[in-house]
Design a protein around this ligand. Structure first.
Ligand code: 5GP
Ligand code: ZN
Length: 115
């Protein structure tokens, strides 16, 4: 847990967010600055800095986050057309919030490679 981490504060209900799914371990909410018609963020409640900070003991949590991303995408109606799940890691990876999050993007065709 981190007092000044924006995603920890969302997880604790101290900052508002449009939450679409939540449970004891994790939550999914809408990105403040969406890059696609549907843009969700899936985060663990526990403060983990990034995918790179995951430990072998976090295996269940890592799987849980992916399955929550899948569940949120299904509920948003993205499964048939397809969607993208992305984790930015560190400065060259484009990570701006240092609390692990999966982006779930959908509702338009995605290009590759990413910028
Ligand atoms: P990153 O660049 O770290 O991969 O992604 C961080 C994401 O968090 C960005 O897409 C940004 O729009 C989103 N974001 C930053 N602050 C907030 C916030 O306070 N609320 C919500 N809902 N999204 C945020
Ligand atoms: Zn945090």
């Amino acid at each position: 847990m981190s007092d000044d981490c924006v995603f920890c504060r969302i997880s604790r209900g101290e900052l508002p967010a449009k939450i679409v799914l939540e449970d004891e371990e994790a939550l999914a909410f809408r990105d403040l600055n969406p890059q696609a018609p549907t843009h969700l963020l899936v985060i663990p409640r526990r403060h983990v800095e990034s995918v790179d900070a995951l430990e072998p003991s976090d295996q269940a949590l890592a799987g849980h986050l992916l399955l929550l991303a899948r569940k949120a995408a299904r509920e948003e109606g993205l499964s048939e057309a397809g969607y993208r799940v992305v984790a930015n890691i560190g400065s060259e990876g484009g990570q701006t919030v240092a609390h692990l999050h999966l982006h779930v993007l959908g509702g338009r065709p995605m290009s590759w490679p990413p910028g």
